[in-house]
Design a protein around this ligand. Structure first.
Ligand code: 9MG
Length: 272
């Protein structure tokens, strides 16, 4: 059963923080393996697949436009012809947005909230919905010393400014969703404050997308390595869904779909 709230993560990078390189054979992306992962995620309940070709983990090597296109576009093209899922392209690069849209992508997920030169115009041209994510700083340095006065208020103000920029560029508000960017220039305390403050961000009236799967706050709070973070990731997914998240971004689709389905069941029961 597909759960409309689940976005499965497919990293086509050799160096992503939790699953980097698992789709590689030597130095080449194994398209058949990536496709098998996508098929499994859809069978497990993902309604959206998020395909990314740039690692945003702190210290990751920068990727050229051509490299990002080569990693992402063949997979977007193949999934769009073979699978029934919305394809989200996880990119900040205008050329990738345009090309992915042409190959059947249905959503732009930009961790830089369309701040890269030409990104607003490219996203507007595609006519696709966009997820605007908050990040303090740049991936290479964002975790060095993140600072906020009131993190919920500042993230909310940033996202409101980006909504305004999108509207000015011709992307209507109805096409936007928002993401506080857990782990992107945030300490553990900032992440927890944002999780508690999700209802305040939901009050902007746009759908919230949340990614907490396997993130380092779990490692910092519980001392768990990446491969031991599933139970805490599920708890965080449920907490986020209860606090108003519409879409949950996850590496572990089957387990997260079941966990979040319990929140959905309770919400639907409450509406009777
Ligand atoms: C690409 N990416 C990695 N983490 C993410 C998160 O938390 N949200 C969104 N929208 N994208 C993310």
């Amino acid at each position: 059963m597909s759960c409309q709230r689940i976005m499965g993560v497919i990293n086509t990078t050799p160096d992503s923080f939790s699953d980097g390189g698992t789709l590689y054979q030597g130095t080449r992306l194994d398209l058949d393996h990536a496709m098998a992962r996508a098929e499994q995620m859809v069978a497990d309940g993902a309604a959206v697949l998020d395909i990314g070709g740039e690692s945003t983990r702190p210290g990751a090597a920068p990727v050229s436009v051509q490299e990002e296109l080569d990693r992402v576009i063949p997979l977007v093209a193949k999934i769009s012809t073979e699978l029934d899922a919305v394809i989200s392209v996880d990119t900040s690069t205008p050329e990738v947005m345009r090309e992915a849209a042409g190959q059947g992508a249905g959503l732009i997920n930009d961790v830089r909230a369309l701040r890269r030169g030409g990104a607003l115009e490219a996203a507007a041209e595609t006519g696709l919905p966009v997820c605007l994510m908050h990040m303090q700083g740049e991936p290479t340095t964002m975790q060095q010393n993140p600072e906020y006065g009131d993190v919920v208020e500042e993230v909310g103000a940033f996202l409101a400014e980006r909504i305004g920029a999108c509207e000015q560029a011709g992307i209507p508000r109805e096409k936007l969703m928002l993401d506080p960017g857990f782990g992107f220039g945030k300490t553990v305390a900032h992440n927890l404050q944002l999780l508690a403050g999700l209802p305040a961000l939901a009050a902007q009236g746009l759908p919230l997308l949340v990614g907490l799967s396997r993130k380092s706050l779990i490692g910092k709070l519980l001392g768990r390595d990446i491969d031991q973070r599933l139970p805490a990731s599920l708890a965080l997914a449920v907490l986020a869904a209860e606090r108003g998240a519409s879409i949950i971004r996850t590496h572990d689709v089957a387990e997260t779909a079941d966990a979040v389905a319990m929140v959905t069941a309770l919400e639907e029961f409450g509406e009777q």
